[in-house]
Each structure stands twice: as structure tokens, then as C-alpha cells.
Design a protein around this ligand. Structure first.
Ligand SMILES: CC(C)(COP(=O)(O)OP(=O)(O)OC[C@H]1O[C@@H](n2cnc3c(N)ncnc32)[C@H](O)[C@@H]1OP(=O)(O)O)[C@@H](O)C(=O)NCCC(=O)NCCS
Length: 187
């Protein structure tokens, strides 16, 4: 684990640590219940909850269990989403990936750009062997993004998640280091 949080740069974004001052931007994304319906947790309903989320995201680095990057758009310095590598098992060299972007910024290639950078970081610097993605079977945007990134479907985790007052199945996908190297080579 590096001493300083790793800042990553892509053509349009700076990926940096989430800070408390990001709470209003996180609130605007995470309070959009319809947009976040398959995200995996209940939407935030107050600024206090958004501050708690900002704290939670930045705590992973402090605890050594992973990273959550804020996606800051360079042209206006706006936080447009976040993505992360977490539940890091250092012995087994694997972790889980998560991501969300604001509705207004959807489908502009931002998440593909950000995830490409964090997967490079994960395989090159964190020495990961495997990254797992878990997504609701109805989350077509997330499933399509994961397959575009080379993730392979492994099966259904029955009723693994709980939000919105009920349990949900999650599709499980994985990306191995060799899949990623091949994809990057062919790009
Ligand atoms: C999933 C999500 C992060 C995608 O972010 P995005 O910035 O819109 O994605 P991108 O623009 O980088 O799209 C990259 C590729 O993903 C796929 N994709 C993204 N959104 C899609 C959609 N609505 N339908 C189908 N494919 C989609 C496409 O292959 C797309 O490439 P293309 O536009 O060239 O066809 C976004 O929809 C989101 O934040 N959803 C709400 C939160 C959430 O559900 N997070 C995931 C929890 S598992």
C-alpha cells in the first residue's frame, strides 16, 4: 500500500481520493433513486448520509482494503462519479470492482475511461490476479460495461444482496490478469 493515495490521470479525468467536501456531489448522484436502483444499496436521503458515504469511501485506503477514486472532470473540476477496487485480498491477489456515474454524464465514455485506468493500476501496481464484478441481472448498463472490459460471466449468487427491503440475486463476473493483458494488447 503506498503512503499517498494514488492519483490517476486519463484524457478527460483526474482520479483522486474522495474527500468530505465531495458530499454534495455524491448526494446529487446517490439520491437519484431511479438511476441508482440497481447499485446495491439504498439511495442516500440526507447530506449527513452523503458525508458518511464520503468517509466510507476514503476509509478503504486508510484501512488498506482498497481504493475508491473520485472521477473529477478536468474541464470543470466537477465530481461526476466514483469507482473503486475494494475487498482486497492480498494473499489471493483479488478484489471487487464498483462504479457509479451521475445520470447527466451517462454514456459519454467516462466510466470506460476511468475503469481502464484503475484496472491498469490494479494489475500493474496492486499485482492483482483477479477482479470480480457483481451486478444485478437487470443492470444492463453495468453488465454491458463489464463485458466490454473483458469480464466473463461465472454464475448467479443467489439472494446475495439486500436493499430496498428485499434480497436480490447478483450476477458474478471476473476478469483475470491474462484476460486484461490480452485485451490491452489487442486494443
Ligand atoms: C454502469 C454505468 C457506471 C456506466 O457508466 P457510463 O459512463 O454511462 O458508461 P460508458 O459511457 O463509459 O459506457 C461504456 C460502455 O458500457 C456499455 N453501456 C453503458 N451504458 C449502457 C446502457 N445504458 N445500455 C447498454 N450498454 C451500456 C456500452 O458498451 C458502452 O459503450 P458504447 O457507449 O460505446 O456503446 C452507469 O450506467 C451507472 O452509473 N449506473 C448507475 C449505477 C450503477 O448501477 N452502478 C453499477 C453497480 S454494479
Amino acid at each position: 500500500m503506498p503512503n499517498a493515495f494514488p492519483i490517476l490521470r486519463t484524457p478527460r479525468l483526474t482520479l483522486r481520493q474522495v474527500v468530505l467536501a465531495d458530499a454534495p456531489a455524491l448526494f446529487s448522484i446517490h439520491s437519484d433513486a431511479e438511476w441508482m436502483r440497481w447499485y446495491g444499496v439504498d439511495p442516500v436521503s440526507s447530506m449527513g448520509e452523503a458525508e458518511h458515504l464520503a468517509d466510507l469511501f476514503s476509509s478503504w485506503f486508510a484501512a488498506g482494503t482498497g481504493y475508491r477514486w473520485a472521477l473529477e472532470r478536468r474541464e470543470d473540476r466537477q465530481l461526476i462519479g466514483t469507482c473503486g477496487l475494494f475487498r482486497w485480498n492480498k494473499s489471493w491477489r483479488n478484489c471487487v470492482i464498483g462504479y457509479e456515474i451521475g445520470r447527466a454524464q451517462k454514456r459519454q465514455g467516462y466510466m470506460l475511461e476511468a475503469i481502464t485506468a484503475i484496472l491498469d493500476y490494479g494489475f500493474d501496481v496492486m499485482s492483482l490476479h483477479r477482479v470480480q464484478a457483481e451486478t444485478h441481472p437487470d443492470n444492463l448498463a453495468s453488465i454491458s460495461l463489464a463485458s466490454r472490459l473483458g469480464f466473463r460471466f461465472e454464475g448467479v449468487h443467489r439472494e446475495q444482496a439486500f436493499w430496498g427491503g428485499r434480497f436480490h440475486d447478483l450476477n458474478c463476473y471476473s476478469l483475470l490478469e491474462r484476460d486484461w493483458r490480452r485485451l490491452r494488447q489487442d486494443a
